[in-house]
Ligand binder design. Structure first.
Ligand SMILES: Cc1ncc(C[n+]2csc(CCOP(=O)(O)OP(=O)(O)O)c2C)c(N)n1
Length: 373
């Protein structure tokens, strides 16, 4: 059993885990009410892995994650207000309401995103770590991803380069036993994921991702290796998501009993028990109340935040020069809608927004988004 930190740190760890839990519950509720659009992946049950890891990172370290990262941003210090506003697609969201649940981003706090492509964040993590190395900074990149992502080509390619170039990265697999509805035994030939990068020269360790103190202790040791020895390692944290893969998951691939068994190891309840003698019932109640209030306020904030103006629909699109059309922004120029059909852009944008992109009947081939003759 890892050593219990002082009262202040205990309060901080419990507060963050409770806030993430409440936020995720409310996000699920708001999604049912169609306030939050797009996809929604909740990390309820995975709080100890998230908070344990981020709590031992330095402010100037980089964190990069997947599409299940509302909690990661909150743990990094991003206000719940801005994360909720992003889910609602509002201007005060972390990505101006344009990214939604899968694309939470907070560069100021070095939370480098939210990515929808499974394994897509791994090469980006290598790039972040390469930047630290190139600038001779002692910052470390923590790259978090799911067990399913270890089957992607990006995993092998990134492990190879990270080892070859001795990049300061901690790869952290959030092993929740499933890639969507496929269990790890059915999706990975090697089920001890801590060994999966050994062939590339990266050693790994399995840890209990439901125990925030164990996560802190072990991730801290791996951060030290990355920071001081300047080499990558891999951590496999065993954790579990209580909810479905996404909001639209009928969960026919697992037993209710299995979920209940993991709930017995609930990271928040386990930690409250571990804090016996340091935190009392009143402390816990206050922390939970604060989380309730913060999330309630976040919903109000997101509700009141304006929708992005229609005329900004095509702002900040990134399209390389070759593919510029009326809908694109030239990456070499700051002006929006600067394409060869630029003069048509406001009308077409309005039309598209009103009827939905997939229903639009373009007058001619040239005005079809994404297609260039
Ligand atoms: C390259 C790619 N392939 C497939 C998908 C569809 N997809 C979305 S989530 C997911 C499962 C990934 O599971 P895992 O990496 O274990 O992460 P978890 O959802 O458990 O957090 C898949 C296959 C995708 N988004 N990207």
């Amino acid at each position: 059993m890892a050593k219990l930190p002082g009262r202040k740190t205990c309060i901080d760890l419990l507060s963050r885990m409770c806030l993430i839990r409440r936020f995720e519950e409310e996000a699920g509720r708001q999604y049912q009410r169609a306030k939050a659009g797009g996809f929604l992946h909740l990390a309820i049950g995975e709080e100890a892995t998230i908070v344990g890891t981020t709590s031992v990172m330095r402010d100037d370290d980089y964190l990069i994650g997947t599409y299940r990262t509302h909690g990661h941003a909150i743990a990094r210090g991003t206000p719940a207000d801005s994360v909720m506003a992003e889910l609602f697609g509002k201007v005060d969201g972390t990505s101006g309401g344009r990214g939604g649940s899968m694309h939470i981003f907070d560069g100021e706090r070095r939370f480098m995103g939210g990515y929808g492509i499974v394994g897509g964040n791994l090469p980006l993590a290598a790039g972040l770590a390469l930047a630290s190395q190139y600038r001779e900074e002692d910052t470390v990149t923590v790259c978090m991803f799911g067990d399913g992502a270890t089957n992607t080509g990006n995993f092998g390619e990134t492990m190879n380069l990270a080892a070859l170039w001795s990049l300061p990265i901690v790869f952290l697999v959030e092993n929740n036993l499933y890639g969507m509805g496929t269990s790890i035994e059915r999706h990975s030939a090697v089920t001890d994921l801590s060994k999966k990068a050994e062939g590339y020269g990266i050693s790994g360790e399995r840890i209990d991702g439901m125990d925030v103190l164990a996560v802190r202790e072990r991730v801290s040791a791996h951060l030290d290796i990355a920071r001081n020895e300047r080499r990558p390692t891999l951590v496999e944290a065993f954790t579990y998501r209580y909810r479905g893969h996404s909001a639209a998951d009928p969960e026919i691939y697992r037993d209710k009993k299995e979920v209940e068994e993991w709930q017995q190891k609930d990271p928040i309840e386990t930690f409250i028990r571990a804090c016996d003698g340091v935190l009392d019932g009143k402390d816990v109640e206050r922390i939970r109340d604060e989380a309730d209030q913060t999330v309630k306020k976040a919903v109000e904030f997101a509700d009141q935040s304006p929708e992005p103006p229609l005329e900004t629909l095509y702002d900040e699109l990134y399209v390389v020069g070759e593919t510029i059309g009326w809908y694109a922004v030239d990456e070499r120029s700051p002006e929006p809608h600067r394409g060869e059909y630029g003069e048509d852009a406001p009308d077409v944008a309005k039309e598209l927004a009103e009827s939905g992109a997939e229903h639009i009947e373009p007058d001619d081939e040239q005005s079809r988004p994404g297609v260039r003759n």
